[in-house]
Design a protein around this ligand. Structure first.
Ligand code: GRF
Length: 199
């Protein structure tokens, strides 16, 4: 049984999709050991409580990045987490944090990386005028939205889209992409050759 640790800062719909797939055993042999938020008002924390999943709020406000990261890492270690899933966690991890869990931290980003890293990726894509958008699940390394890519899903950008309809279409794909990536990392032998994830 693998222990997942989820880090989030907001709404938590990706977390909820992962939790549903753990419950229905689409993600087999795993449990969500803890959901940690840096924000007290994160909707994902309420969802986790409703689902009976252990939660922890570790506020980041006013703390040095590494001090906060140390608290989070300690909590993850206490929960014996095997895989950490960033799910709308609006914090850059310090290099020290990343080093504690080599190839054990995943992130989801709402663009086809390396296009549009950073904030408001869907709006960036929409404004740029791309015809195809999507999402990426990748390993976390020291650089923002950068590590080896595990799963990508594309969606079309339609003539009558606005940034909200596009973001919603991407989000729907995010909800399946994240669980696929978790399964690939947990249940399959994989290799990383250069930047290429091969399973
Ligand atoms: C998602 O769009 C995800 O790709 C990005 O942050 C958003 C989180 O949404 N990293 P939610 O909190 O999972 O609903």
């Amino acid at each position: 049984m693998k222990n997942l640790g989820i880090l989030l800062s907001g709404r938590g719909s990706n977390f909820e999709a992962i939790a549903a797939n753990v419950a229905s055993v689409k993600i087999a042999d795993a449990r969500i050991a803890v959901v940690i938020s840096n924000r007290t008002d994160a909707g994902g924390i309420q969802t986790a409580k409703r689902l009976g999943i252990e939660t922890l709020v570790i506020p980041s406000k006013g703390k040095e990045r590494e001090d906060h990261d140390r608290e989070v890492v300690t909590a993850l270690q206490q929960h014996q987490v095997d895989l950490i899933c960033l799910a709308g966690y609006m914090r850059l991890l310090s290099p020290w944090f990343v080093k504690q869990f080599p190839h054990k931290i995943l992130n989801i980003h709402p663009s086809l990386l390396p296009a549009f890293p950073g904030l408001e990726a869907q709006q960036q894509a929409f404004a740029y005028g791309v015809k195809v958008a999507g999402c990426t699940v990748h390993f976390v390394d020291e650089e923002l939205d950068h590590g080896a890519i595990i799963v990508q899903k594309s969606v079309p950008v339609l003539e009558n889209d606005d940034e909200h309809t596009l973001a919603a279409r991407i989000l729907e794909q995010e909800h399946t992409a994240y669980s696929e990536a978790i399964n690939l990392v947990l249940n399959r032998e994989y290799r990383i050759v250069g930047r290429r994830f091969l399973s």
